[in-house]
Design a protein. Structure first.
Lengths: 156, 105
C-alpha cells in the first residue's frame, strides 16, 4: 500500500551544540526543497542558534561526545572545542554547507517559520531584541502545537 | 518504464515524472510539464531558472540544488520559492527535462 507523503514538518531544536543545530537546519531546508512545509521551534540551549550574539559561536561538544573519538580528558582541555569547531567549519565550507547565519536566512527565505520558545526565553532572560530578525515570534508551547497541526514533529 | 506525452511526443520519465533521457526534451514541452507539476503558466522568471538548470546539467551532468541556484542563477532563494512553491530545484529540473538534483543542502 502506498504511504501518504509527508506534507509538513515541525522541527524542535533543543541543543546548542554545532552537531545539535545543523541536523535540524538541514532537515528544515531539505523539507522546503521538497515542497514540504517546515517550521523550526528553538527551545532551551537551541536558542543559541537564533541568538544575535551567539549564533556565530556555536561549538562542537568535545566532552560527553563519544562519536567524536576524542578522550573525555583531552576533550576538556581549554580551547579543544574551538579547535574542533574550526576544523569542522572548514570541512563544511569545502562542502558548501553554509554557516548558521547564512543558513537561517536561506531557510527563512524558503518560507519556513522560525520560532522561539517562550518558557526558555523567560528562563534565560532572552527578549525579542536578542534574537535574529528571521525569528517570526516568541511563542508558547500551546501556540507551537497549534502551528504544528497536521505536521510530523521532529525533536532534535 | 513510465511514459508521458508532451507536445504530442512520447518521452521516458521516472515514477516522479523526471525525464530519464534529457535528450528527448524540447522547449515546447516545458509549458505542459509545468502544468503537470502544478506551476501554471511559465513566465520569464521561470524560464530563466529552467534555462539555467538545463545549462548546468549539460555542463556538469547534474542539476543544481536550491542553494547553488540561489547563489549562481541570479534569482534569489526567496524568488525561487515564489516561482516554484513545491520545491525550486526539483520542480525546475522536472520542467527542464533533467533528472532530479541530488544533494542535502
Amino acid at each position: 500500500m502506498a504511504q501518504e507523503p509527508i506534507t509538513k514538518v515541525s522541527i524542535i531544536v533543543s541543543k546548542g551544540s554545532l552537531e545539535g543545530v545543523y541536523p535540524a537546519l538541514i532537515m528544515a531546508n531539505g523539507a522546503r526543497a521538497e515542497g514540504i512545509s517546515a517550521d523550526l521551534f528553538f527551545t532551551f540551549f537551541g536558542l543559541d542558534a537564533i541568538h544575535r550574539r551567539r549564533y556565530e559561536h556555536v561549538k562542537v561538544a568535545t566532552v560527553g561526545n563519544p562519536g567524536l573519538h576524542v578522550a573525555t580528558l583531552a576533550g576538556g582541555l581549554p580551547g579543544m572545542s574551538s579547535v574542533m569547531t574550526h576544523y569542522m567549519e572548514r570541512k563544511m565550507e569545502k562542502l558548501d554547507i553554509p554557516a548558521i547565519p547564512e543558513f537561517l536566512e536561506m531557510i527563512a527565505d524558503s518560507g519556513a517559520g522560525l520560532y522561539a520558545c517562550k518558557a526558555s526565553c523567560d528562563l534565560f532572560d532572552i527578549g525579542r531584541e536578542d534574537l535574529v530578525d528571521q525569528v517570526k515570534d516568541i511563542i508558547t508551547v500551546g501556540e507551537f502545537y497549534a502551528l504544528a497541526a497536521g505536521a510530523q514533529i521532529v525533536f532534535t | 518504464m513510465p511514459v508521458a506525452t508532451y507536445a504530442g511526443r512520447e518521452v521516458d520519465v521516472d515514477v516522479e515524472g523526471f525525464f530519464t533521457d534529457p535528450g528527448q526534451w524540447t522547449r515546447d514541452m516545458a509549458p505542459e510539464i509545468a502544468r503537470d507539476a502544478g506551476v501554471g503558466d511559465l513566465g520569464p522568471g521561470h524560464w530563466k531558472v529552467v534555462d539555467f538548470m538545463r545549462a548546468q546539467y549539460s555542463e556538469k551532468g547534474t542539476g543544481p540544488t536550491v542553494r547553488v541556484l540561489g547563489k549562481t542563477s541570479g534569482v534569489s532563494v526567496k524568488e525561487l520559492y515564489e516561482l516554484f512553491p513545491t520545491g525550486p530545484a526539483k520542480t525546475a529540473a522536472r520542467i527542464a527535462g533533467i533528472p532530479k538534483p541530488r544533494g542535502c543542502i
